[in-house]
Design a protein around this ligand. Sequence first.
Ligand SMILES: CC(C)(COP(=O)(O)OP(=O)(O)OC[C@H]1O[C@@H](n2cnc3c(N)ncnc32)[C@H](O)[C@@H]1OP(=O)(O)O)[C@@H](O)C(=O)NCCC(=O)NCCS
Length: 173
Amino acid sequence: MKVNIREYRDSDYDACRALWVELTQHHRDIYADQSIGGDDPGAELDSHLKDPKRAKTWVAERKDSVLGFCSLIVEYGSGEIDPVVVTKSDRSKGVGTALLQTAIEEAKSRGMRSVSIQPVARNVDAMRLYRRLGFHILGHIDMTLYLSSKASNWKPGITIHGEEYVYYNSRYM
Ligand SMILES: CC(C)(COP(=O)(O)OP(=O)(O)OC[C@H]1O[C@@H](n2cnc3c(N)ncnc32)[C@H](O)[C@@H]1OP(=O)(O)O)[C@@H](O)C(=O)NCCC(=O)NCCS
């Protein structure tokens, strides 16, 4: 599939707003919580575009139609890719990889020593992709103590420093 990666323009706003809604929907699905993002999840794009730490945003485009976008955030000289999203019907075709590689190249060209990405642990497919692209160093980890008496379906399969951890993935419920 011929996809062009280029810098974000103001005329991409509506397409990227719709993609932000898809990003939120993905998180609603994997958390099984349709309230995530509130009534107007696309509004998050406005704060993102105003964020002074946002260094650059790219869109993936095919025949004038925007299929995905990602941004490089720079803070204290370190790079973070946030967000990255591809429209559902065009996932698993290499579009996300092309966007991520563009952001990685930008971080390299700015002389950064590293670039990171912060998926939630239950975003298994996204994590597999990042791992394959070379993101193999773990930084900060959120550790959660579950206080509710409501039963939940945790999935095992993560070992760190020899200890077992669980995560939640609605696909396994
Ligand atoms: C995560 C995300 C951005 C990845 O984008 P993508 O376009 O699907 O990514 P790619 O196609 O480059 O790679 C994904 C898969 O396609 C495969 N792939 C890569 N290039 C391919 C190609 N040319 N043809 C077919 N498959 C390809 C990869 O091997 C990978 O395999 P997998 O199915 O085992 O994971 C996208 O899935 C998405 O928007 N998810 C929902 C939102 C989200 O979770 N964002 C990340 C938050 S941290």
